[in-house]
Every structure is written in C-alpha cells, then in structure tokens.
Design a protein around this ligand. Structure first.
Ligand code: PLP
Length: 400
C-alpha cells in the first residue's frame, strides 16, 4: 500500500495527463461542434473552422504552415504515413532504400520491416554509447537509391536529442527525403521544421497533455508523398476519413499550451530531473545514467542499476505508489533487452537493468524527494533477494 502518500506519476514519456483546459475544449467541441467538417452547411463549416484553428496552433508549435499539417490518429499513424507514403511515391522512381536509426520507436522500426518484406533495403544506423547517432555514419549509409531517411528528434527511452539537421543536410545533398519523429521532443524543447531542415515531421497529442488517438504529420509543401489511407477527400485528399473534431480541437489547445509554457516547463523539469538523477547516483551504488552525457530532453532520465532486473524494481516502486517504466518488455517471463540500449552497444545485462523516469508539468520537488527516499532501500532489498550483490568495489554513479 502506498500508505498515506498520493501516487507519483513519472511516466510522462508513455503518456501525459490531459490538461484541464484541453478537457474543457474537447467537451465543448463534443457538445457544440458535432458537424462533419466536410459538410457545406453551417454545422459542417463550424466544425471545419475549429479544425483550422487547431491546425494553426499545431503549425505554430513547429514553425510550419497550417496548410502543411495533416491530422492523423496519432504518432504511430504519422510515422506509418511518412514511411509508407514516401515508399508509394518513390518506388516507381526506382528508389527502394530506407535509412533509419536503430533507436527509433517501434512505429518506425516495424514499418521499416514491413517495407523490407515488400523488397525494400533498410539500413539501421546504430547509436554511439552516448545514445546519439553519428551524422557521418548516417551520411555513409545514404546511396543513390535511398528514398527516405527517418531519424527521430528525441529518443523515447533515454531522451537523447539526435543531430537531425546535420543528417538532413547530408540527405538533401543526395536528394533524399527526411522524416523526423518529434513525438518525444515537441513541447519539451524547441521544434522548428526549418531549423531541423526536414520534409516530414510526426507529432502525437497525448505526449503533450492532449488527448490520445490524435496526432499529425507535417508535410513540407511540394513533398512527394502518397497517402496510405484511401477514401474520401478529407485533409485536402492527403488523409481520408472523417476528422476527429473534438480530439483535434484538444490537440490544438494542448499545442498552444505547450508553446506558451515551453521555457518554464523545460526549466522546472530539468532542475527536478537533475536533482533526481544526482540524488540516485549519490545514494545508490552501482548506478549509471544511460545517455547522460548527451544533450537530452529536460524531463527524462534513464538509470541503470547493477544487479537488478528493471522489471522487479518497477513493480516494487509501483507497490509503493510510484509509476515509472522500463525500456525492456517482459514477455512470457523473459525480460527482452531494450533495443535502444542494445543499439547503444551496452552489454546484455545493462540492457535489462534500466529504469526510465520521465517527469512532467505537475511533478514537484516533494515527488522527487519521496522517490529519493524510497529507491535506495528497494534496490538494496532486491539486490539481497536476488543474491546478486554489487561488487564491493562498485563505484558511485556515473554517466554514459
Ligand atoms: N514515436 C515515439 C518516439 C513515441 O514515443 C511514440 C509513443 O510512445 C510514438 C511514436 C507513437 O505515438 P502514438 O502513441 O500517438 O501512436
């Protein structure tokens, strides 16, 4: 039992609580803007104007034009749209090669595997031990038949920011389209489509205090892309299907709040995250921060605990009322290593002992204090239980 304590949520990279202003806007849109945005009558046009307002807000968050924003059912669909849409458009030109980083989200990696099954060649560029892809390695992977480079802006497990602009320059020099998955960076660090020099950018509402099941793909004007979703002429024929008006309205409000609060949120979360991180490193021997030496989003820390199975620590923390996550997935009793930590070249045991703690807008200094009170004892208990004690020589925390 979490005693008298309120539960602490440190899993904002999985999803965020919906901002009350977003909840109010969604409810209002459900009540009043029920028209089909494709209808010519008043009700339809009212819904359409709500979509347009949201489109402007989402575009403003990333420095793009509203006409370039296509709403989707989330980040996964936006990633699918980018990869499959580029494939549909560029295959006829003989381009059948895709370059991705090995630390992308499953939405990109699994879609890349699907393209492989239809005859595409896929190059997966590994990350360095510090969790960042090397632009020279990306440039070296590009060939004359490369259609698309897909490189995420911020990694969801370790939070590291990737050198998107540098890689985009190399790709564009060879006529290669560039996609970035900005699902984990939008609302946490400035995201600007011009500065990043990308052609396609994915967003998701529920990672920035908006509703689930809504996202967007930003498509630079003039980009060759065929929509994988066929049907009606919604979203200027770029994505068929009646728009989720309330969800999109909520996403628009969330995007505005993210833009307005970006600096204050980033400052507050970076300071709490750093306090949490240094606190764990100094209180728990045999710990290290994965990706800690690289530029990161301000809310994320990924900490490895020697001699621990991350899943056990996650469960112990949950029983104490603290929600965190692991990058590794537990399937049928075996802990699968995190593909991100693996791609960073970590030894197998270090791909299974890491916890991701991702802070948010409502995380407090008290939350951090309680985690620091609880974690050392739990780790010690688990290490004793599994009889895999840290060597006496274990040093206090470091950074990777
Ligand atoms: N891309 C990244 C980097 C993510 O972290 C996620 C969600 O975990 C997604 C894509 C998928 O977004 P959605 O949950 O909106 O489908």
């Amino acid at each position: 039992m979490p005693a008298a304590h309120a539960r602490i949520y440190l899993d904002h990279n999985a999803t965020t609580p919906v901002d009350p202003l977003v909840v109010a806007a969604v409810a209002e849109a459900m009540r009043n803007d029920f028209g089909n945005a494709s209808s010519v009558h008043h009700f339809g046009q009212q819904a359409k104007s709500r979509l347009d307002e949201a489109r402007h807000e989402v575009a403003a968050l990333i420095g793009g034009a509203a006409s370039e924003v296509v709403f989707t059912s989330g980040g996964t669909e936006a990633d699918n749209f980018a990869l499959r849409g580029a494939a549909e458009a560029l295959e006829p030109l003989g381009k059948r090669h895709l370059v991705v980083s090995a630390i992308e989200h499953e939405a990109v990696l699994t879609t890349a595997r699907a393209l492989e099954r239809r005859g595409w060649r896929v190059t997966r560029v590994p990350a360095t031990a510090s969790g960042v892809v090397d632009p020279d390695a990306v440039a070296a992977a590009l060939t004359d038949d490369t259609a698309l480079l897909s490189l995420m802006h911020a990694n969801n497990e370790v939070g590291t920011l990737q050198p998107v602009a540098a890689c985009a320059a190399a790709a564009h020099a060879r006529g290669v389209l560039v996609h970035t998955d900005a699902v984990q960076s939008a609302g946490k660090v400035p995201v600007d489509v011009s500065a990043l020099d990308v052609d396609l950018l994915s967003l998701s509402g529920h990672k920035l205090y908006g509703p689930k099941g809504v996202g967007a793909l930003w498509i630079r004007r003039g980009t060759r892309l065929l929509s994988p979703m066929t049907g009606g002429k919604q979203e200027r024929s770029r994505r068929a299907g009646t728009e989720n008006v309330p969800g999109i309205v909520g996403f628009g409000v969330a995007a505005r709040l993210a833009r307005e609060r970006l600096d204050a949120d980033a400052l507050a979360q970076a300071s709490l995250r750093d306090r949490l991180e240094t606190g764990i490193l100094s209180r728990v021997p045999g710990t290290h921060v994965n990706g800690g030496a690289s530029p990161r989003v301000p809310n994320t820390t990924n900490i490895g605990f020697d001699g621990i199975e991350a899943e056990s620590l996650l469960i112990a923390l949950d029983l104490d009322g603290i929600a965190v996550s692991t990058g590794s997935a537990c399937s049928s009793g075996t802990l699968e290593p995190s593909h991100v930590l693996k791609a960073m070249g970590l030894p197998l045991h270090d791909t299974q002992n890491a916890l991701r703690l991702s802070l948010g807008r409502h995380t407090t200094a008290d939350d951090v204090g309680r985690v620091l009170d609880v974690v050392p004892g739990l780790v010690e208990r688990l290490r004793t239980l599994t009889d895999r004690r840290t060597p006496a020589s274990a040093t206090h925390g470091g950074t990777r």
